[in-house]
Design a protein around this ligand. Structure first.
Ligand SMILES: Nc1ncnc2c1ncn2[C@@H]1O[C@H](COP(=O)(O)OP(=O)(O)OP(=O)(O)O)[C@@H](O)[C@H]1O
Ligand SMILES: [Mg+2]
Length: 270
């Protein structure tokens, strides 16, 4: 990876101060993502995935270590990054179109061009007819799709996605997964994608990083050498099934390790 890395997460630890003492969310997490790569992160609930994403997005400062993006340490939100959060986080008093335009406004881009791009992106996520509606008039899944359009409106080189499809029905989820592969293929964009779904991670990714239970560390880093573009047929193939099964088995074995709410069990291996 070395010099080709767009993102380096280097020894990142995060302890939150909570009412009843500290919560150690991440522990010396290190990995790199190469320019143009699609990398997924999977891990049990509460292992620090969203914390990791917020640190890379520059919204949370780690207790130790740093994230370096394109050669510069991340110290705050950046123009070259697009983020979609686990919750849609739309402004309820602004229309769908205005919500999509938020990053363009914050970055003071040419608004005529941004409006065109926002309209095209709303079409892409099947919400062209809802541009002038308000978030409160949309379903959860529709709001999440507005978030996807907003992530792309300023054409960022680096996409950070936190379980973007979790609230969607299975059909929409499948079609947006294919859509995302299409957007990514040939765009040169780099993606860090967080998901609970092992098949989704395997389908989309060049690499899948598996995190331990809290405090989150890297347990496994698995290359997914399936040809592109991947199709629905890929999902039915034996090699796809084998990759999912192996990851699922590792996931089950490791899901509880490091989770301090359960009786402590020594983790196997390193
Ligand atoms: N602002 C905060 N203050 C205190 N503790 C927090 C805060 N945000 C997260 N935590 C704690 O840090 C740990 C990791 O949380 P995080 O949201 O990063 O997990 P996650 O892996 O994204 O979980 P999920 O898969 O359920 O989304 C949890 O134990 C959580 O309670
Ligand atoms: Mg999360």
């Amino acid at each position: 990876m070395g010099s080709d890395a767009l993102l380096c997460v280097d020894g990142v630890s995060m302890a939150y101060r909570a009412r009843r003492g500290e919560i150690q969310a991440l522990s010396s997490l290190s990995f790199a993502v190469a320019r143009g790569e699609f990398v997924s992160v999977i891990g049990p609930s509460g292992c620090g995935k969203s914390t990791l994403l917020k640190i890379v997005a520059g919204l949370v400062r780690p207790s130790a270590g740093e994230a370096v993006l394109d050669g510069r340490p991340v110290t705050g939100p950046r123009a070259d990054v697009g983020v979609v959060f686990q919750k849609p986080t739309l402004l309820p008093w602004k229309s769908v179109l205005e919500n999509v335009l938020l990053p363009a406004r914050a970055l003071k881009l040419d608004m005529a061009a941004a409006r065109k791009r926002a309209a095209a992106l709303l079409d892409l996520v099947d919400l062209g007819k809802f541009a002038n509606n308000y978030p409160g008039e949309l379903s959860g899944g529709m709001q999440q799709r507005v978030g996807l359009a907003r992530m792309l409106v300023h054409d960022p080189a680096f996409l950070l996605m936190d379980e973007p499809f979790a609230a969607l029905d299975a059909m929409t989820r499948e079609s947006l997964t294919l859509e995302l592969q299409g957007i990514w293929l040939g765009s040169g964009k780099t993606v860090l994608f967080i998901t609970h779904s092992i098949p989704e991670a395997v389908f989309l990714s060049d690499r899948v990083i598996m995190m331990s239970g809290r405090p989150g560390r890297v347990l496994k880093d698995v290359a997914i050498d399936l040809p592109r573009p991947r199709t629905l047929r890929t999902m039915g193939s034996a090699v796809f099934g084998d990759l999912c099964n192996t990851l699922r088995r590792d996931f089950m074995q490791n899901a509880n390790h490091g989770n301090d709410t359960l009786p402590s069990r020594k983790s196997v291996g390193g």
